[in-house]
Design a binder for this molecule. Structure first.
Ligand code: ZN
Ligand code: ZN
Length: 309
C-alpha cells in the first residue's frame, strides 16, 4: 500500500492552541494518521503519514480554517507509514532556538525568500553566495549543499552560538537552508538581529529544492525525523554519496539505530552489515543484556524496510 507523508509548518498567532491540539488528536485518531504535530501560540509544525486519501482529507479540513490557509505541504510517498505512533504536543514554541527571550515571529524581520528556481539561477550564474546549513551535524553529514558551512551542533538550540563563530561573514551573501524551511524562519530572523546584512532563506527548504532539482547543487541524502531516516531524491545510479558504511566502507548515506536499547546510537550502516551484525553498532552492544532482541519481529521489520524510498 502507498502512504503519503507530509511535512509542513506555519507561523500564525493562535489564541487557543489547546483547542487545535484537541482537534488534531481527534481527527488523526479517526483517520489513522501518525507522526508528530507541535502546536504553540506561535503556530504549527507537523509531519504526518497516512493513507493518501486520509492525508488529503486532513489537508482539506485544516485548510478550511482561515488560520491555516495557504500552508505549503511538502509531500513524499512510502510503502508503509514511517511513523510508529501519533504525538500531538502543546509547546511553548514550534521550534526552539534556545534564547533567553524567544523571537516574536509575527513581527520579526526574516531572511529574503529564495525559491528553488531563484536559488538555482544564482548557482548557474556563479553568483558569490555562501550556504549556511541550519540543521544539526548528523543531518548535514549525509547530505548538504556543495561547499556549505555545516555547524557542529546537536540541536537547534546551539545555533546562536554557532552564528557567533561566523560573525566575520556579516557582509557576505548567505543562503540559509534546512529540511522544510521552518528552522530558517527563526535562524534568519536571529541572524538579521545579530547584524548579518544579506541573509536569504531557501523557501520550502531542501525538500522543495530536491523536488525541482534532484541532481542539482545538493549532494547526498536528505535526513528526515522518521523511520525512513533519509530520503533520496536523485534516482541516478551515479549520484554523489558523501558517507560510508562504518563496517564495510561501502558508499552509503542513511542511518539506522543500534538495536541495543540503552545505546540506540544513530550510525551509518548498509543493509547487509546491519543484518550481519544483528542490528548492533559494536560487539559490546551485541553482548549486552539491554538489547531488544527478544523483540525479534521488530528487528525483522526494520531490516526488511531499511532500503531507502
Ligand atoms: Zn556495510
Ligand atoms: Zn550500540
Amino acid at each position: 500500500m502507498m502512504y503519503k507523508v507530509i511535512l509542513y509548518y506555519k507561523y500564525v498567532k493562535l489564541s487557543s492552541p489547546l483547542e487545535v491540539v484537541d482537534w488534531h488528536k481527534r481527527f488523526c485518531a479517526e483517520h489513522s494518521l501518525k507522526g508528530r504535530v507541535l502546536i504553540a501560540h506561535e503556530g504549527i509544525n507537523g509531519t504526518l503519514g497516512g493513507l493518501e486519501s486520509d492525508i488529503d482529507k486532513y489537508i482539506q479540513e485544516l485548510s478550511k480554517d482561515s488560520r491555516f490557509e495557504h500552508i505549503d505541504f511538502k509531500t513524499s510517498h512510502h510503502t508503509e507509514n514511517p511513523f510508529p505512533k501519533l504525538k500531538v504536543k502543546l509547546r511553548k514554541e514550534i521550534v526552539t532556538l534556545g534564547l533567553q527571550e524567544d523571537i516574536d515571529m509575527s513581527v520579526a524581520q526574516k531572511g529574503t525568500y529564495l525559491t528553488p528556481e531563484e536559488l538555482q539561477a544564482k548557482i548557474d550564474q556563479d553568483e558569490k553566495i555562501i550556504f549556511v546549513d541550519a540543521r544539526n551535524d548528523y543531518e548535514s553529514q549525509i547530505g548538504r549543499f556543495k561547499d556549505a558551512i555545516t555547524p557542529r551542533i546537536k540541536t537547534f538550540k546551539e545555533f546562536p552560538l554557532f552564528l557567533k563563530s561566523i560573525e566575520h561573514l556579516k557582509d557576505e551573501t548567505l543562503v540559509f537552508y534546512c529540511t522544510g524551511g521552518i528552522r530558517c524562519e527563526k535562524a534568519t530572523a536571529y541572524a538579521i538581529q545579530q547584524g548579518f546584512k544579506k541573509v536569504f532563506h531557501l523557501k520550502g527548504g531542501i525538500h522543495r529544492y530536491l523536488e525541482k532539482f534532484p541532481n542539482g547543487a545538493f549532494e547526498g541524502s536528505l535526513y528526515v525525523f522518521d523511520e525512513r531516516m533519509a530520503i533520496i531524491f536523485d534516482k541516478n545510479e551515479n549520484r554523489k554519496i558523501l558517507t560510508n558504511c562504518v563496517f564495510c566502507g561501502k558508499l552509503y548515506d542513511s542511518y539506522k539505530n543500534c538495536f541495543n536499547a540503552k545505546c540506540n546510537k544513530r550510525f551509518i550502516v548498509c543493509d547487509d552489515c546491519y543484518r550481519n551484525n544483528q542490528g548492533f553498532c559494536s560487539t559490546e552492544c551485541a553482548q549486552t543484556q539491554h538489547n531488544k532482541r527478544k523483540d525479534a519481529e521488530k528487528l525483522m521489520k526494520i531490516l526488511c524496510k531499511s532500503g531507502n524510498s
